[in-house]
Design a protein around this ligand. Structure first.
Ligand code: RIB
Length: 299
């Protein structure tokens, strides 16, 4: 049997990360204790998480000025970059405040991430077959076209509806196999606060869709084929929560591709997300599978 491939079609951002005592409020000017530029973007972070977890991973998207660092970083972590395009327009970037508790507040500028054309999408998807995984987030344009074409090819579509926007309701959600989201996005989509009510609502709206719900300190849940599973959160001292959700997504589905049960996948993804939040940065903070296995052996 040939190994299934993972195609992450998504954003690449240069993250400008400012360490602050608290987030700047309206009309307030605050000093930053430190500033770093590093590689991020939900697409890049999730692709790096898949690759570090050992999956055969391709990242498709578009970089602009400053894109060489993003491309080199992907290669360094084992992500295939054959389907990355570059152009001279301003690229995607993020302004991230990280406070003393490790929480973040993010502004993104889409730039070239929002310049994916239908022709480019079709050419990339032609290289993938039924059963290959397509991983999407909401930081690029043309999602409805991507979902429709990937569905026609029989790909298994995973959507992380982050950041949430009402327009996502008409992006072809009924063709999505898996939805992975946090409690804030779940509330925005369903209007429900309680996890059980959220999952009930999803069952009614999309009976065949599998749902993975991350709940911060309350752990995570997975609803599939009428069954509901949960896993506790792995506690750690948070230094920077950036990319915790992206790490969870990459590791959860890399475990599923490796044939692990959903419960095992939830547990591993929670453990790995905890390692990521104990380190600074986005893609760079995501651990390799070897480190994760070593930690599992020690515990
Ligand atoms: O999920 C974290 C990511 O969100 C950051 O790396 C930033 O670029 C934004 O896309």
């Amino acid at each position: 049997m040939t190994e299934k491939k993972v195609l992450v079609y998504g954003s690449l951002n240069l993250d400008h990360v400012y360490s602050v005592d608290h987030f700047a409020g309206p009309g307030e000017t605050i000093p930053a204790r430190d500033m770093k530029v590093s590689c991020g973007g939900k697409g890049l972070n999730q692709a790096v998480a898949f690759a570090k977890a050992g999956a055969q991973t391709y990242l498709a998207g578009k970089t602009g000025s400053g894109g060489d660092l993003l491309r080199d970083t992907c290669r360094e972590y084992g992500v295939h970059t054959d389907y990355l395009k570059s152009c001279s327009e301003p690229g995607g970037h993020a302004v991230i405040q990280v406070d003393a508790q490790g929480q973040n507040s993010i502004i993104i500028f889409g730039g070239t991430n929002r310049m994916q054309t239908e022709e480019e999408i079709s050419r990339v998807l032609e290289q993938f077959d039924g059963g290959d995984f397509l991983i999407l987030q909401n930081e690029i344009n043309n999602l409805p076209y991507l979902i429709q074409r990937a569905h026609e090819r029989g790909m298994e579509i995973v959507l992380n509806p982050s950041p949430w926007e009402e327009s996502l309701r008409s992006c072809g959600l009924e063709q999505v196999s898996w939805l992975i989201l946090n409690e804030v996005e779940a509330f925005q989509m369903t209007g429900e606060q309680e996890p059980e009510a959220v999952l009930d609502q999803f069952r009614r709206m999309y009976p065949d869709m599998k749902i993975v719900l991350t709940l911060g300190e309350d752990g995570s849940m997975c609803q599939s084929s009428g069954l509901c599973l949960s896993a506790p959160c792995v506690r750690t001292r948070a230094v920077d929560t950036t990319a915790a959700g992206d790490t969870f997504t990459g590791y959860f589905f890399a475990e599923i591709l490796r044939g692990r049960t959903e419960e095992q996948a939830l547990r591993t993804a929670s453990q790995v997300a905890a390692i990521t939040v104990s380190r600074r940065g986005a893609a760079a903070a995501i651990p390799y599978l070897r480190e994760v296995l070593d930690e599992q052996e020690r515990n």
